[in-house]
Ligand binder design. Structure first.
Ligand SMILES: NC(=O)C1=CN([C@@H]2O[C@H](COP(=O)(O)OP(=O)(O)OC[C@H]3O[C@@H](n4cnc5c(N)ncnc54)[C@H](OP(=O)(O)O)[C@@H]3O)[C@@H](O)[C@H]2O)C=CC1
Ligand SMILES: O=C(O)C(=O)[C@@H](O)[C@H](O)C(=O)CO
Length: 279
């Protein structure tokens, strides 16, 4: 397998251009899957307070042969703890759960604009970074209006925005906004949670022509867009497949053909961050 390229955040953190999603990987089964992912070459792990598996991630890191300092561990603040003091306590709890001294990246999971405490949450992340609890800070599911407000009220920009992104929802405008503001876009559910997207005839035609699986074509499309996909798999052979993206390329025409699959209602579960709230 070819070496995995890296991207560098605005504040100097080096990120592998593909990460590993851990939602639903819990307990002993989760520890085995995540330890395997580390040995298969994933050095960016995505977790969240709400996944209730930060302990699982921490245990996998301890069991792995990969040194802690070679791994980017990223977690997320839940919507119910956006108030400043609660947010700081939650980040500390997140670290205790994982048994780690620091996170490399910490994100606000959802903006929850009706609750309207996300600026306070951001101030807490800024403090956590000053205290050395987290190396870099970012957001997830934030729209430009939410990020503009963070920057206006605190002067500090997130370095990452993790959003739903796959061929049926390719987020052209939000990607352009992130790029303009030097924010790296990460793609969640990058293969659409193995939905019918993996059988899409347009993607399948490109995949068949190149002798590849549809998941590899989709993940390669994302990396060529400059986005970091974080596919999850409990199976070692799929983990390997999903990382094997760097010995082939999609042509400009193939890229555009996949981008054209975008649909306005292409979200998997209709989770529009302007309205959807998660606690
Ligand atoms: N910030 C946010 O709000 C959100 C963040 N996330 C993050 O993004 C990560 C990835 O998204 P997720 O929702 O898990 O969905 P993914 O798009 O990563 O799909 C995961 C599903 O695809 C299957 N799969 C994986 N690889 C293959 C393959 N090569 N061929 C066929 N099937 C495959 C997996 O099954 P199996 O395990 O059996 O291989 C699993 O069912 C999450 O784990 C989480 O870390 C997710 C949602 C929201
Ligand atoms: O996986 C995540 O990070 C989420 O935010 C999930 O809650 C996701 O949105 C979901 O699965 C909701 O049903």
């Amino acid at each position: 397998m070819n070496k995995i390229p890296t991207l560098t955040t605005a504040d100097g953190l080096t990120l592998p251009s593909v990460g590993f999603g851990t939602y639903k990987l819990n307990g002993a089964v989760g520890v085995n899957a995540i330890t395997k992912a580390l040995s298969n070459g994933y050095h960016l792990l995505d977790t969240a307070f709400n996944y209730e598996n930060e302990g699982t991630v921490g245990e996998a890191i301890r069991r792995s042969d990969v040194p802690r300092e070679k791994i980017i561990v990223s977690s997320k603040l839940p919507g119910r703890h956006h108030k400043y003091n609660e947010a700081l306590t939650t980040i500390q709890e997140s670290l205790y759960r994982a048994g780690l001294d620091y996170y490399d990246m910490y994100l606000i999971h959802w903006p929850n604009p009706k609750e309207n405490h996300y600026v306070e949450a951001w101030q807490a992340l800024i403090t956590a970074q000053k205290w050395g609890l987290v190396r870099s800070i970012g957001v997830s599911n934030f729209l430009p209006e939410h990020i503009d407000r963070l920057v206006k009220e605190t002067g500090v920009s997130p370095v990452v925005n993790q959003i739903e992104l796959h061929p049926y929802f390719s987020e052209k405008q939000l990607r352009a906004y992130d790029e303009k503001h030097n924010i790296i876009t990460m793609a969640w559910s990058p293969i659409g949670r193995a939905s019918s997207m993996l059988k899409d005839p347009v993607i399948k035609k490109i995949a068949d022509h190149k002798g590849l699986s549809t998941s590899r074509v989709i993940l390669r499309w994302e990396t060529q867009l400059g986005v970091i996909p974080i596919p999850k798999s409990s199976k070692s052979f799929r983990q390997v497949e999903n990382l094997d993206l760097f010995d082939f390329k999609l042509s400009d025409e193939e890229m555009q053909t996949i981008t054209n699959l975008d649909k306005p209602d292409g979200r998997l579960n209709n989770q529009d961050p302007a309205k959807y709230e998660e606690f």
